[in-house]
Design a binder for this molecule. Sequence first.
Ligand SMILES: CC(C)(COP(=O)(O)OP(=O)(O)OC[C@H]1O[C@@H](n2cnc3c(N)ncnc32)[C@H](O)[C@@H]1OP(=O)(O)O)[C@@H](O)C(=O)NCCC(=O)NCCS
Length: 380
Amino acid sequence: MDDSVRRGLEGVAVAETSLSDIDGGAGELAIRGYPVEELAGDASFAEVLYLLRHGDLPTAEERDALRAALRDRRALAPEVREVLRAAAAADLPAMDAARMGVAAASLVRDGAEDPETDALLVAAQLPTVVATYWRYRRGEEPVAPDPALDHAANYLYMLTGEAPAPAAVDGLEAYLVAVSDHGLNASTFAARTVVSTESDVVSAVTAAVGALKGPLHGGAPGPVLDMIREVRATGDAREWVADRLDAGERLMGFGHRVYRVRDPRAAVLEAAAERVYEAGGTGTDAGLFEAARELERVGVEALRERKPDRRLDTNVEFYTAVLLHGVGVPRDLFSATFAVGRVAGWTAHCLEQLGDNRLIRPSSRYAGERGRTWTPIEER
Ligand SMILES: CC(C)(COP(=O)(O)OP(=O)(O)OC[C@H]1O[C@@H](n2cnc3c(N)ncnc32)[C@H](O)[C@@H]1OP(=O)(O)O)[C@@H](O)C(=O)NCCC(=O)NCCS
């Protein structure tokens, strides 16, 4: 490989952003200058969406206006429900349904294509898309959005048809805030690339959902939950971890490309999960939270012994699994629920890109054959 080729663009800065700042060495993440620990647990999703879009936290009036703007855009076009019904009937993954559903958001645009309103539209539609698909997967009719409920509460309500417990709503809100933005990850880069062609925000978010579907990006929390359950079933975390590592397997939810210490989102999600499990309710089966903590302790210890030169700590996905399970989000919807939160960052990045646009068009180094001559088909 030619040394000048930066495979995967690792370490290459291709945009300036004022949205989120990651310090992988120190294990810090700040959103518009606010450490993630300041926001997750206190801020609502609508406040952080506003913060990302406008640069400052909203006043109560500004927050309420944004909430109303989201609420007014939640309902899906009837045709989209049919597509989601078909996706559920075919047992397609939730991320496929999310991609198809969000792509069709253009059907309910009220007025001309506009980046600012399209950004609200996709953020408002995504939870309805995911919940509608899930209801069909369960053989049930979709639950219409409840205008009396805020974003996170309404998402849980549309999944179950029941009023969600306040602790579950707070837990989900903390999750959506914690994952709202994270630098130029693959899906955000995909979204910025699409709008850089002066395409529209619905197209950009559709591409972002496609990028997030891949297991190298948003797919780990499901396997993390499976792992915690398996460890609980065996009753011996130390032996389980040793067996996996002896077999050359990786522990899901440990390690990170950017963080060299514990992912700061793991701490805020752990704290949020603790509150949810203490309050009890849907999904908070006794012992799961403690089993996760024990697995983290044993896993980190074993990885320190085996990879002394490399700090491998828990990443965002580890406590995502514990928290989302605790608030009652089904395992199959973990990645799609990540999209419900990350859409805040995707759309803010689109608006930022459009504010000072330069077509994103990297180059490639040609490594194929040269100077060949044409052979007619009968001579090949
Ligand atoms: C996230 C991840 C892809 C980052 O990878 P990375 O920074 O490229 O790390 P590397 O692949 O260079 O790994 C460095 C070493 O640590 C080991 N390692 C990394 N993560 C590990 C894990 N979760 N369990 C066991 N060993 C791990 C690798 O095997 C490698 O060992 P080697 O040098 O002996 O080959 C990786 O840590 C991983 O696969 N984690 C599990 C999946 C996961 O949780 N994904 C969600 C990420 S948010």
